[in-house]
Design a protein around this ligand. Structure first.
Ligand code: GLA
Length: 332
């Protein structure tokens, strides 16, 4: 029996670098996706992709996914976490730009888990594939990307409480478009800097307690280290901005959404220090374009993409994306 799995990428509207400390995020699954077609059977996983030079060939028993090369390590991460008893042979195609910050690796992991027969809940699927990503990449990523790919809702962004792991769909109003524009800058140093930022947030929490429980960014002033103070101030203020946008979006208060997106970018630039000159210039140019409601870097930063919320037709660059349902399996 041939099966086809479609797993979407994601773009984050707001809520950056908040998931690792159990905060709030507001991503959407997008209509750019990875598709896996094949059959279960055999004693290894064999996936070929027209865009990858080498196939991913992974045995059913994997100790160290990171030891595999290229994209096979993400497949191996899922296999290591799932320990399937039966293999899979198939092909992978994708409309997602790989390595651009639209969660192509999360889409692959979620897709592979479903292809291998994962039968748990959306949250269990996201947690398993988050662990797979961490083992494959060595980056202590949060759960946002995998949860957005697994749990997308058509026409909605997902307000995710990353502590409770609860998803509240937030309707995206008519009359707006979401565009994703690549800065042209490859995400350099993203892995090591991501781990360093996560460690800083943990260090701030060791003094202040869970940042997700704090509402006043001035709480961060209790930290002696000025760098930790800035990092904590970003996380506390960003959680509040996610709440604000989740309320303003369905109410059609687009000015408030735009203000929060601008403040988010400024906070990522000045307090969390994960932006770049190239991203800043792109955000400034887009924000000054008539019909653009808001623009900010999206994803981990250090290059990659900007997300813009616009009036219809305001921009014609980048990808016009729509909020789509989560990963699904079709049996032929
Ligand atoms: C990457 C990680 C996510 C999240 C974002 C930043 O995409 O995989 O878990 O932390 O960066 O918001």
């Amino acid at each position: 029996m041939t099966l086809t799995v479609v797993a979407p990428g994601r773009v984050n509207l707001i809520g950056e670098h908040t998931d690792s400390s159990g905060g709030l995020v507001l991503p959407l699954a997008i209509d750019l996706a990875t598709t896996i077609t094949g059959t279960r059977g055999g004693d290894r996983i064999v996936l070929t992709s027209a865009t990858e030079a080498e196939p991913a060939i992974v045995p059913l028993a994997v100790d160290d996914p990171a030891a595999l090369s290229g994209w096979a390590r993400y497949v191996a991460g899922v296999v290591a976490e799932m320990a399937p008893t039966v293999g899979f042979t198939g092909t992978v195609t994708t409309t997602l730009p790989v390595g651009a910050g639209l969660s192509s690796s999360a889409a692959l992991e979620v897709g592979v888990a479903l292809a291998l027969g994962f039968g748990g809940t959306v949250v269990e699927l996201a947690e398993l594939t988050q662990r797979a990503e961490q083992r494959a990449s060595g980056v202590p990523c949060g759960v946002m990307d995998q949860l957005a790919s697994a749990g997308g809702v058509e026409g909605h962004a997902l307000l995710i409480d990353c502590h409770a792991l609860e998803i509240t769909p937030i309707a995206i109003p008519d009359g707006v478009e979401i565009r994703v524009i690549h800065s042209g800058q490859h995400r350099e140093l993203a892995a090591s800097a991501y781990a360093e930022r996560t460690a800083s947030v943990a260090a701030a929490e060791a003094v202040l307690g869970p940042l997700r429980l704090l509402v006043d960014p001035a709480s961060a002033d209790a930290l002696a280290d000025p760098v930790l103070r800035r990092r904590a101030r970003h996380v506390i203020s960003e959680n509040q901005r996610v709440s604000d946008v989740a309320a303003a979006l369905p109410a059609g208060d687009l000015q408030a959404v735009g203000r929060a997106m601008a403040a988010s970018h400024a906070s990522l630039r000045d307090d969390f220090e994960v932006s770049t000159d190239v991203l800043d210039a792109l955000v400034d140019r887009l924000a000054a374009t008539p019909g653009v409601i808001g623009a900010r870097l999206t994803g981990a930063g250090f290059g990659g993409c900007v997300v813009a919320l616009t009036r219809p037709g305001a921009l014609d660059e980048g990808w016009l994306v729509r909020a789509t349902g989560g990963a699904r399996v079709d049996l032929a």
